[in-house]
Design a protein around this ligand. Structure first.
Ligand code: ZN
Length: 408
């Protein structure tokens, strides 16, 4: 018999903390639009236990993930560190928390407390596990997102829903999966953006925790832009919540026979090594923004050779709950990558979490790498100390790992 636990804790920092997501913000936050939350969902078949943590945050990187997993597993006898998936919605109006992110000052005390709050929430969900069943369903919705690089290119319209009910068929908790950068808001109020509105709206209706995992949204934005018009975001999130609530009418039983967790470290590569002089020039160039010069210095400190060479790795994780499969990818992949993962798993109800277990940046398609642009050429100088942009081979290595792990 499956046991399920869910929990939620508010993690809103004090106003005055710097937000992360846009380099154009030139001052700290000035207030709160809606509170931010961490939510945890724990599943156990009596032998294996798995946890999914969803967070109204821009992203958490490996040092925070390691800390959270350790602090959570210490409190839960039957839950291993490696069986905990920690994902973020990637809201661009939350606090600056990923230790990789450049450009905004960080409140390290808050980050420390945040890691413990996320861990404690996982432990709370673990402690309140009760018998339950899982149900899932998916549909397609129009009018909520678009391909931000090219309107003609693929846009993921899928909206998926995973729901836990107890033996009395009462709602215990649920996870929404939709694909869109939470970049509607650009102002100075702390917010979970449309994703935060969506989950809070559902929680008000259903009375138990609802988490949101963001699909392969590397090239997909929520649409339209609201900038500082909070009414537009409130409406967007509420309408998406109504669409999700419709999926509750006749969801399919996920037919869970056991909890299965599989994960793999995948090699991250960056194309040809560059001579050290390339980085020295960037670091010395006063025309470059501070964060770019900082990046060049960090790379030189991290990779000592000449040419500057080296690879990294990233975790791909799969939690299988009967027909429902939750796939965690350590950054944001382009929508085509998620589409092809789902196409390779036709018998499963697939949930894809981006920014899960790490914050490695954009996994672009071969086509995107040929076209160039922000995601595949520049963004890594903001959010990593990688020696160069990740190559397309990395993207397909991640994609193949996701498919192989989900297929067992
Ligand atoms: Zn992003």
């Amino acid at each position: 018999m499956l046991k399920i636990g869910a929990s939620r804790t508010e993690i809103t920092p004090r106003a005055g903390i710097w937000q992360a997501g846009f380099s154009a913000r030139d001052r700290p936050s000035e207030g709160v639009h809606i509170p931010l939350y961490t939510r945890a969902f724990v599943f156990s078949d009596g032998e294996r236990c798995a946890a999914v943590s969803t967070n109204d945050l821009v992203g958490l990187s490996r040092p925070e993930i390691v800390k959270i997993r350790k602090a959570a597993a210490m409190q839960c006898d039957g839950l291993s560190e490696s069986d905990i998936m920690i994902s973020c919605t990637h809201t661009h109006s939350g606090p600056a928390v990923s230790s990789y992110l450049r450009g905004q000052p960080k409140d390290w005390d808050y980050i420390e407390r945040l890691c413990l709050m996320i861990a404690d929430t996982i432990a709370d969900a673990y402690r309140n596990m009760r018998s339950g069943r899982l149900y899932c369903d998916a549909t397609e919705v129009e009018g909520f997102n678009h391909n931000r690089r090219n309107e003609e290119d693929y846009c993921e319209k899928r909206l998926a829903w995973l729901e836990a009910r107890n033996e009395e068929q009462e709602f215990m908790g649920g996870i929404v999966n939709f694909t869109a950068h939470p970049t509607m808001l650009t102002g100075y109020l702390l917010s979970g953006d449309y994703a935060g509105v969506l989950t809070q709206h559902m929680e008000q209706q259903l009375g138990a925790p609802v988490g949101m995992i963001n699909g392969c949204h590397g090239n997909i934005n929520a649409h339209p832009r609201a900038r500082e018009d909070y009414v537009v975001v409130d409406d967007h999130g509420a309408r998406l919540a109504e669409e999700t609530l419709r999926l509750r009418d006749a969801p399919e039983d996920a037919e869970v026979e056991g909890v299965v967790v599989r994960s793999r470290m995948v090699e991250v590569t960056f194309g040809p090594a560059q001579p050290r002089s390339v980085y020295e020039e960037v670091a010395a160039d006063e025309e470059q923004p501070d964060f770019v010069r900082e990046w060049a210095n960090d790379v030189m400190a991290k990779y000592p050779g000449d040419p500057v060479d080296g690879s990294e790795e990233g975790e791909v994780m799969v939690i299988q709950l009967g027909r429902a499969v939750i796939i965690g990818i350590p950054g944001h992949a382009f929508a085509e990558i998620g589409r092809d993962i789902m196409a390779a798993l036709p018998d499963k109800c697939v949930f894809i979490a981006n920014h899960a277990n790490d914050y490695l940046g954009y996994f672009g398609t071969q086509q995107a790498h040929e076209e160039g642009g922000y995601e595949v050429e520049f963004a890594y100088r903001f959010n990593s100390s990688f020696r160069w942009a990740m190559d397309a081979d990395t993207t397909y290595r991640i994609q193949n790992a996701a498919i192989e792990l989900a297929n067992g």
